[in-house]
Design a protein around this ligand. Structure first.
Ligand code: NAD
Length: 370
């Protein structure tokens, strides 16, 4: 019997509504497996600011650093649009990412068969899609120095951002991607722009070296990032794991995500380095969507992205592959049975609420595990 510590940070807007459904799923796992999750909860975002003037307190940060995994809902909303920059809701999220040193962002793009008709691409292109984009999150052009706008004194200005990567940053993200591939279809495609960027040349070289040294059993291919963008919309099923830098990953993961339909369906994970003694990684799991203030408080938000984020925690933080597969199947079954929250509603299907979707998934967990 093993015990794990989960920190839940529901946040703002629809965050608490969708997180309440995750709590029910965690309780189901506690009752129906030999693993126990201890749940702690705390504030992040606008609600934390309202409570104590910070987007996340030091005490909540300590809990996040100690937890085996953190699950976050969403932060932000118009109520906090005018608070000071360093205590705005997003500052809580950024502090979590920074202090936990979460350098690897994992964004799966999965097309549930029941929703294949909802994509902007043809059904045969998208049906059965299951790819994972591994994006470097703490380096590259968003952080490189110099980063400035200078006045050239002749009526012109110059804006500079610096794309910079060191070998260790590429090595560790490549290792995450290869590791991930081993748990999937064992294929990695690395994307950069080595034809025009020195950092792209280095990226390509270090990914190849890391592959040769420790992951030669995984199939590796390389693609220029612009061609990768085209291939993602032409025939996305050719990919298993894609590994790429912060900037290209930002764009390619959004493209891949939208192949599959609604924001309410998309989970994500951000991982830190492996602890040398325990072998555990710091990890934050969260839906891709925001706090959706337009529908908050109405019990109509889609909880699937957040529930599937807990599914990613089961898979990647706790190695509970069977439970993660079961949860994926329960979600798939609820959709196959025609149940839809309003964001994914289609003709002839049954429109249900946030809590009813929670009910539906839990009922199917019980049925499928019987
Ligand atoms: P959003 O993702 O909150 O909403 C975009 C649209 O998608 C809205 O129409 C919303 O109703 C819908 N939507 C989102 N999630 C849904 C769900 N689970 N079920 C059903 N419909 C859903 O993005 P936004 O409107 O640009 O931002 C709203 C607030 O969220 C802002 O304050 C923004 O800063 C914040 N935000 C936070 C995060 C985060 O916490 N990681 C991410 C993005 C935006």
């Amino acid at each position: 019997m093993s015990t794990h510590n989960l920190l839940l940070l529901p946040g703002d807007g629809i965050g608490p509504e969708v997180m309440a459904q995750v709590e029910r799923v965690v309780e189901w796992v506690n009752t129906n497996s030999d693993v126990t999750f201890n749940i702690e909860k705390d504030l992040v975002g606008g609600c934390a600011y309202d409570d104590h003037g910070q987007a996340i307190s030091d005490a909540a940060m300590d809990k996040a650093m100690q937890a085996d995994a953190v699950i976050l809902g969403a932060v932000g909303g118009p109520k906090w649009d005018n608070v000071a920059y360093d205590v705005r809701p997003e500052a809580g999220l950024l502090r979590l990412r920074k202090d936990m040193e979460l350098f690897a962002n994992l964004r799966p793009a999965i097309c549930y068969p029941a929703l294949a008709d909802a994509s902007s691409l043809r059904k045969e292109v998208i049906e059965g899609l299951d790819i994972m984009i591994v994006r470097e999150l703490t380096g590259g052009v968003y952080f490189g120095e110099p980063k400035e706008i200078t006045d050239l004194g002749n009526g012109q200005k110059r804006g500079i951002d610096t794309q910079v990567y060191e070998s260790y940053e590429i090595e560790r993200i490549a290792a995450v991607a290869f590791d991930m591939a081993r748990k999937r279809d064992n294929r990695v495609c690395s994307m950069e722009k080595r034809n025009v960027m020195k950092s792209g040349l280095l990226w390509n070289e270090v990914v190849s070296q890391t592959h040769e040294k420790d992951f030669a059993d995984v199939e590796l291919s390389h693609m220029l990032a612009d061609a990768g963008g085209m291939q993602l919309v032409r025939w996305p099923k050719q990919f298993d794991v894609i590994v790429t830098d912060n900037l290209f990953g930002d764009m390619l993961s959004d493209v891949a995500a939208m192949l599959t339909g609604s924001l309410g369906m998309l989970p994500s994970a951000s991982l830190g380095a492996e602890d040398a003694t325990t072998g555990k990684r710091k990890a934050l799991y969260e839906p891709v969507h925001g706090s959706a203030p337009d529908i908050a408080g109405q019990n109509i938000a889609n909880p699937i992205a957040t529930i599937a984020s807990f599914g990613m925690a089961l898979r990647y933080s706790f190695g509970m592959i069977e439970s993660a597969d079961l949860l994926d199947k329960a979600i798939m079954k609820a959709l196959e049975d025609g149940l839809r929250t309003p964001d994914i509603m289609q003709d002839g299907k049954e429109k249900i609420s946030t809590t009813e979707m929670g009910d539906a998934i839990i009922t199917r967990l019980t049925q499928l595990s019987a």
